[in-house]
Design a protein around this ligand. Structure first.
Ligand code: ARG
Length: 460
């Protein structure tokens, strides 16, 4: 007989039971479920709702259940409706009288709302560490490449000189914001709905603040209908995960381009690439492609969760059980991708010479040539036009701005002098981009230190 045996005259149909059941996926919240139940039981006892003996048995029973699940001696019953029912009935098997008292003043609606919040809070901590590991790899790689010149692109066309460090640090900024976003989600997730009951609290004199305190939660939810039916924090979490995947996906796209023969800026370590079953020469960036591919499903989960919620009347509806698989999968994908991606970056070989070659072709110092004239008094628009003509001339004569003879320069503007060659040298172009946020090696070194400090601050 099921838990609600009083109202029903027969057991639920076997197929319906299987259809309804969520234990196959919500079992992963067993620790949070037990943690929440312990806090609830302690509060019930403090408020005189259950006695000391019952509390003792409940805590012992729950501790044993937790340990046995952890060491594999207690297996989840696939016929249980969900993790909440499973833990409670297991406890009741062991302590028939006290076990039945645990659910006093509580509903599975506030119970599941609490469990998922605790779960999200715990997982945020883990994802933050994975992001930190990636940022650490990026900052240390960037430190070694503050002078490694490469072309910066717009429209995937060579545009202006930057360094490899500058490119890597752009991603470090994104992943740092991802950590910050997770901290923000944590603030709204770490609030206790326990005591909201099924939808309208309860008549027992619960101390909701005590439960929140015991669980290390910063506050309680103040409207019971909202408490049991809010999944905003879960959607925000999924959204933060989707953004991480979008950042990884953009980075992956660049890795894929960079290791092609057309670029050859990097080579992936053999351990992070795969071969072809037919083409003996191939070394494919499957890992980066798979990360890029997986971003699609994580993005989908955000939209799945929003769609699941958008038409639900207050308060709890069973539709909400569908939140978990989507959220868990989004999380699993991110936790799979981040470490592999981090190691792939850590082990790749950087071909500075190829980056330098690409920077030397493509006239990425043309802006600096125009700026050279402007600094000598030529209005920028005129300087821009003269430089455009010079570039056209170089293309015609198969030269670069560095190899174009001074007399040709002078034939376009007599302001040009020998010092133009220093002004357009890529090293000069870089050094002079010393505005904060720019790629000059000196600015970059400061920025790397700033990011290293900021990321450390999140873990103090
Ligand atoms: N398994 C359910 C879920 O994940 C738990 C809450 C069920 N509550 C109920 N009244 N049926 O949402």
């Amino acid at each position: 007989m099921v838990l609600w045996a009083g109202r029903f005259s027969k057991d639920v149909d076997e197929d319906v039971n299987a259809f309804n059941s969520s234990i196959s996926f919500d079992c992963r919240m067993y620790q949070q479920d037990i943690q929440g139940s312990m806090a609830h039981a302690k509060m019930l006892c403090q408020q005189g709702i259950i006695d000391e003996q019952a509390l003792k048995e409940i805590l012992t029973g729950l501790t044993d259940i937790l340990n046995e699940i952890n060491d594999g001696t207690l297996l989840f019953d696939p016929n249980a409706e969900d993790i909440h029912m499973f833990v409670e009935s297991e406890l009741t098997k062991r302590y028939p009288v006290s076990g039945k008292k645990l659910h006093t003043g509580r509903s599975r609606n506030d119970q599941v709302a609490l469990d998922l919040r605790l779960y999200v809070r715990d997982e945020i901590k883990e994802v933050k560490v994975l992001l930190k590991n990636l940022i650490d790899v990026l900052t240390s790689l960037a430190s070694a490449h503050t002078e490694t010149i490469m072309p910066g692109y717009t429209h995937l066309q060579r545009a202006q000189p930057i360094t490899f460090a500058h490119h890597l640090m752009a991603y470090a900024e994104m992943f740092l914001r991802d950590i910050d976003r997770l901290c923000d989600v944590e603030k709204r997730a770490n609030v206790s709905p326990l005591g909201c009951g099924a939808l309208a609290t309860t008549t027992y004199p619960l101390d909701r603040f005590m439960v929140a305190d015991t669980l290390g939660m910063s506050d309680i939810m103040y409207n019971s209908l909202d408490g049991v039916s809010d999944r905003d924090y879960a959607i925000e979490f999924a959204n933060a995960l989707a953004l991480i995947m979008v950042h990884l996906s953009r980075f992956s796209e660049e890795i894929i381009l960079w290791c092609s023969w057309e670029f050859k800026f990097i080579d992936l370590d053999d351990a992070y690439a795969t071969g072809s079953s037919i083409m003996p020469q191939k070394k494919n960036p499957d890992i980066a492609e798979l990360v890029r591919g997986k971003s699609a499903r994580v993005i989908n989960h955000v939209s799945g969760l929003l769609t699941m919620m958008k038409g639900l009347p207050l308060a709890y509806n069973k539709d909400m059980q569908e939140d978990k698989e989507q959220l868990f999968d989004a999380l699993d994908q991110v936790k799979l991708c981040l470490p592999v991606f981090t190691d792939m970056i850590k082990t790749m070989t950087v071909h500075k010479d190829k980056m330098r070659d690409a920077a030397a072709r493509g006239f990425i110092n043309a802006t600096d040539c125009a700026d050279y004239l402007t600094k000598k008094g030529v209005p920028f628009r005129d300087a821009y036009k003269i430089t455009g003509q010079l570039v056209a001339k170089c293309i015609e004569d198969q030269l670069t701005l560095e190899t174009l003879p001074l007399d040709v320069y002078k034939s376009y503007s007599d302001i040009f002098d020998e010092d133009v060659y220093t002004a357009i040298a890529l090293e000069t172009c870089l050094k002079n981009r010393a505005v904060i946020g720019g790629p000059s090696p000196a600015v970059e070194k400061d920025n790397i230190m700033r990011i290293q400090k900021k990321v450390g601050d999140y873990f103090d």
